[in-house]
Design a protein around this ligand. Structure first.
Ligand code: NAP
Length: 337
């Protein structure tokens, strides 16, 4: 396993980060505790040291499973968790206010069975809370010893800059990481967000590197996703946004990219998942890639992508098929590792 340094910090993390959004049984999650523990064991056994979760994943079950899975070996794991999305019905049970963050942190510590979080992340921007309040609250967590480093997720470039400047003005703790979506079918961060991360000292810890399974070759045009698949599970959720999310993930463009990934994989004698992950891992500005296995077999398939070097000719083909018109080239960027 290769280790990288997260942003402008001394924190060493494995290039593969274990995402645990599938752990539990609520929402899109469908990985029971026994399999979750086996996945964590296999990941740590492969020398991964970085695990990502969130207070709202599977209504808290993800953090609870992770906490039990790492019991007795807390010190070898870098735990990243997040707050922002609702963790209760009340108006203060969500967002990035001092009141919610303080409650959310205590709840995460309890569920994870630990007295500190290595990387505490704002899951999304909160337009209803002054960023100065959020950054001062997070700085207090670091000073108290309950949090070691702080990061953000799904922020735009200007939000990253606002947050870092607010921390600097107050002499407080800056973010060291951004957690954005990034894959061969979602390359939007290349235009402004990755350059902003580089300029402002944030490493990029990227999510949905397989586009939720699309790039693993799981889906075909005109065929309804099976009930046992991520997109099939999304389709039966009551929220209309879940159906829109699926439609946005499965279209002629994304399936064309997945088909090219499949061709490259066949030529190299490997899997689509390994090819898609190898591509993301090598992109400039990417510090760590959050994989989202639901089974030990998927974990093993994903780890193969971290030992695979794509031939330059394959990278060119993948780059061409996945490039969208509004994408600005990445220029003058150095990898933050
Ligand atoms: N910050 C955020 O807003 C945010 C949002 C989303 C995710 N995340 C984080 O990022 C992590 C990864 O995201 P993701 O789960 O969307 O990642 P992903 O790798 O794009 O998708 C995971 C899905 O792909 C399929 N899959 C995984 N490995 C496979 C393999 N080897 N072969 C075939 N299919 C495979 C599985 O689908 P099936 O279940 O259909 O088998 C799995 O549920 C999450 O666990 C979470 O920690 C963060």
């Amino acid at each position: 396993m290769t280790y990288t340094t997260m942003g402008r910090s001394g924190l060493k993390v494995s290039q593969a980060c274990l995402g645990t959004m599938n752990f539990g049984s609520a929402g899109v999650a469908s990985c029971d505790e026994a399999e979750g523990v086996r996945i964590v064991d296999a990941f740590l056994g492969a020398d991964g040291n970085f695990i990502d979760t969130a207070g709202n994943y599977s209504d808290g079950q993800s953090e609870e499973i992770v906490g039990r899975a790492i019991r007795g070996r807390r010190e070898v794991v870098v735990i990243a968790t997040k707050a922002f999305f609702p963790q209760g019905p009340g108006p203060n049970d969500r967002g990035l206010s001092r009141v919610h963050l303080a409650r959310a942190l205590e709840a995460s510590l309890r569920r994870l069975g630990t007295d500190y979080i290595d990387l505490y992340q704002c899951h999304a921007w909160d337009a209803a809370t002054p960023i100065e309040e959020t950054m001062a609250t997070l700085d207090g967590f670091v000073r108290s010893g309950k949090v070691r480093y702080i990061g953000c997720s799904n922020f735009t470039a200007s939000q990253i800059v606002e947050a870092q400047w607010a921390a600097e003005r107050a002499g407080g703790t800056p973010f060291i990481s951004l957690q954005p979506q990034y894959s061969l079918i979602r390359r939007g961060i290349e235009a402004e967000i990755l350059p902003a991360c580089e300029r402002h000292g944030l490493g990029a810890l990227v999510w949905s590197p397989l586009g939720g399974g699309v790039l693993a070759g799981r889906y075909a045009a005109g065929v309804r996703p099976g009930d046992d698949s991520r997109l099939g599970r999304l389709l039966v959720l009551p929220a209309p946004s879940a159906r829109a999310w699926v439609e946005d993930l499965l279209n002629a463009r994304t399936l064309a990219v997945a088909a090219e990934v499949g061709k490259v994989a066949a030529e190299l004698g490997t899997t689509s998942a390994a090819v898609a992950l190898a591509w993301v891992r090598e992109r400039p500005g990417v510090t760590s890639v959050i994989i989202g296995p639901r089974t030990v077999a998927q974990l093993e398939g994903n780890l193969a992508g971290f030992g695979l070097d794509l031939p330059p000719e394959a990278v060119v083909r993948l780059d061409e098929v996945s490039r969208s018109d509004d994408l600005m080239p990445v220029t003058g960027m150095l990898p933050l590792r």
